[in-house]
Ligand binder design. Sequence first.
Ligand code: NAP
Length: 250
Amino acid sequence: MSEKRMVIVTGGGRGIGAATCRRLAAEGHAVAVNYASNEAAAHQVVAAIEAAGGKAVAIQGDTGQEADIVRLFETAERALGPLGGLVANAGVTGPVGRVESITPAVLERVLAVNVTGLFLCAREAIRRLSTKHGGKGGAIVNVGSRAAELGGGGEWVHYAASKGAVDSFTIGLAREVAAEGIRVNAVAPGLIETELHAAAGGGDRLARLVGFVPMQRVGSPEETAEAIAWLLSPASSYITGAILPVSGGR
Ligand code: NAP
């Protein structure tokens, strides 16, 4: 994205998404901070951006629901002007558990948010950005996971498989829209210090697994946001279809 146009960050209220919103706003982008239910957290992100002189709005919307996604894009453009980029970050793990105890409800929700929702967010972005549709082009960054390759065995194979779909989607979509001014890339975070692990019932997951990280430490949301912002920026202008690990070597 060559100009500082508006960016929608799904799941921008907390964790990696919140750090990404702050990072993009500091670069001069107006940012639509999407969240599911934690209104206070999203408003805190907006307040921090505004206090630093940036422009942002918080927009509630469940990316597991098509109608919410359509409303998110319409509301963001009404408030902040034409779309320039999308960070498809919203994701859920479902509870930690083995495949033999999976329920259709958990599986459906994880796939609805991590896969179907990601596809539909990209659809809305392409309809606005593609030169084929009269748009100016732009960039999409999907937030996958190193779990896609590690597999999540014993913990969350359902989640890992959904992130495998994110990787394939990123590669395929990148090729589909490459000649229409849109770059599509993904980051694959490893162990990043957010509330996601405890919320999944993973307890002290970060402490338990940090020893397997070659760099011997977990990553921060800010370090992940840096990679996302780079993939969204003109600094990565000849890169599309890439899946960039942000994982300390794991
Ligand atoms: P987090 O701290 O749990 O934050 C998740 C954010 O996503 C929250 O703002 C949440 O909204 C929002 N969200 C969840 N479901 C949503 C939905 N259906 N619609 C809209 N927003 C939704 O998670 P995180 O660790 O930052 O993870 C962000 C992304 O990175 C996810 O895709 C995750 O799979 C991926 N990832 C994380 C790690 C890690 O170690 N943390 C590693 C690999 C990949 P509310 O605030 O309203 O709840």
